[in-house]
Design a protein around this ligand. Structure first.
Ligand code: ZN
Length: 456
């Protein structure tokens, strides 16, 4: 029980796609009791104890729901680091620290698709039990792949578990592993329907599952009331995933007409998770990414404009996922960014994009219709943000603007986190860039260069 809270004088964006309006939000016992246009609606509350929050100059909106966030990865710079440097208990403890960054960024819910040691299931349970503090979590376990592998080529072992992956090689293993994951507490089953074959990498990711295998997997999971999510880059994978019965498709890039139609026919929600690419496009040059690679990342977004836009206009739900957990999308910095991608590339209005990150996002945490919108009866997962978010989505990117975050009407501690120090053996260390003689001798006077050469 959290008593009664009145958030007043703010600009309300209710998460349904409706236009913003000045008003107030009344919260009672962790749920939204009323949303009122105009001046504060607290007049008839009589003598009830009430906490008033003055949101003048602020936007009051549902908390962000990040449909694709890997809390176990700890901003890793490579798959090798995730596969070989991580330890089970320590990565869960580090994830608990990082989860607090998400709260400070206004994130009140995430879907964590897959994790090393499946240990985000443990963090989820710890958060639900009040032992750790973080957003609502919905979890996958290991991402299922066939023997062809996932997105890390030969780094992935032929059998068993590598990092966040698990190989299933035949129908028996598919059924066995889905049932095991449901038993250990997976909210979703994650499948990498496409993978990179190193020898054929120039073709992009390939579909590495048969339709029959995907159907078997979906039927097994659905029989246990567990939805299934697919990583798909490519037309055939997206089509097969939609036809097989997947409940959510990540990326869905490079769709053809058949894939698009299959997605539209079944209204399969899509989380493009293009924040990673957008960061490369806008900021890659600052971290030394080559112009050619930046152009390739931008094509991945722009090539999908016609299909993703058509899907959205046909009623396919779009969800916002950041892919946080990798060094290009560190925790706490970019959870709002997918909305900017939707506006810039797919033509959504800011309030439509906010709807994708809130009420539509609730699908990702299996709370559709129960959170993600400011409406009576919804869970009071509410944030207050300095300024008008509908005029500048980028306001959400600065934690200094996030002044109130509540989940179930309970206000979260947003005080600065203690600084973190390096953990021995945790990061994959690089020796730096290539030390050619040209690099080594640049700027040295000729005599000095000669001297160095003589030493060898
Ligand atoms: Zn991912």
């Amino acid at each position: 029980m959290t008593g009664t809270i009145l958030i007043e004088n703010g600009t309300i964006i209710d998460g349904t796609g409706a236009e913003p309006f000045a008003g107030s939000v009344l919260i009672r016992d962790g749920k939204i009791a009323a949303v009122t246009k105009g001046p504060a609606a607290g007049g008839d509350l009589g003598g009830r104890a009430i906490r008033r929050i003055d949101a003048a100059g602020q936007t009051v909106m549902p908390g962000l729901i990040d449909a694709h966030c890997h809390l176990a990865f700890d901003d890793a710079a490579s798959n090798a680091e995730i596969f070989h440097q991580r330890r089970n208990a320590l990565s869960a403890l580090v994830a608990a620290y990082n989860a607090k960054k998400l709260l400070r960024a206004g994130v009140t819910g995430i879907l964590d698709p897959d994790s090393t040691f499946e240990n985000m299931i443990d963090l989820r349970d710890a958060i639900e039990a009040g032992v750790a503090e973080g957003p609502r979590m919905s979890c996958g376990a290991y991402a299922l792949i066939t023997g062809v592998g996932g997105t890390a080529g030969r780094l992935i072992a032929d059998r068993g578990v590598t990092g966040y992956y698990k190989v299933v090689s035949n129908p028996h293993e598919i059924v066995e592993e889905v049932r095991r994951q449901v038993k250990v507490g997976a909210d979703w089953i994650k499948v990498h329907v496409t993978g990179i074959v190193p020898r054929q990498a120039h073709k992009g990711e390939m579909c590495v599952w048969s339709l029959d295998e995907l159907k078997l997997l979906c039927d097994t999971a659905h029989a246990l009331d567990t939805p299934v999510m697919a990583h798909c880059r490519g037309a055939e994978a997206t089509r097969r995933a939609a036809v097989a019965g997947f409940d959510l498709i990540f990326h869905a890039t490079a769709m053809d007409d058949a894939a698009l139609q299959a997605v539209i026919d079944r209204k399969v929600p899509i989380a493009p998770a293009l924040t990673f690419q957008a960061n490369m496009v806008d900021f890659g040059a600052r971290i030394g990414t080559s112009a050619a690679l930046v152009a390739m990342f931008e094509r991945e977004i722009t090539d999908s404009i016609p299909t993703i836009t058509a899907a959205y206009r046909a009623g396919v739900p779009l969800l916002c996922g950041s892919e946080s957990g990798f060094s290009l999308v560190p925790y706490g910095h970019w959870h709002h960014r997918e909305m900017e991608v939707f506006v810039k590339y797919f033509g959504l209005t800011p309030v439509e994009a906010i709807r994708c990150a809130t009420s539509e996002g609730a699908r990702a945490i299996r709370m559709e219709g129960r959170t993600g919108a400011l409406a009576p009866g919804m869970a009071a997962d509410v944030i207050c943000v300095r300024g008008r978010v509908d005029r500048d989505l980028g306001l959400l990117g600065d934690p200094a603007n996030i002044v109130t975050v509540m989940i179930d009407g309970v206000e979260k501690d947003l005080s600065p986190l203690p600084p973190r120090r390096p953990i021995p053996g945790w990061r994959l260390t690089a020796m730096g860039s290539l030390l050619t003689r040209e690099v080594a001798m640049a700027g040295l006077p000729p005599g000095e260069a000669l001297h160095v050469e003589e030493l060898h």
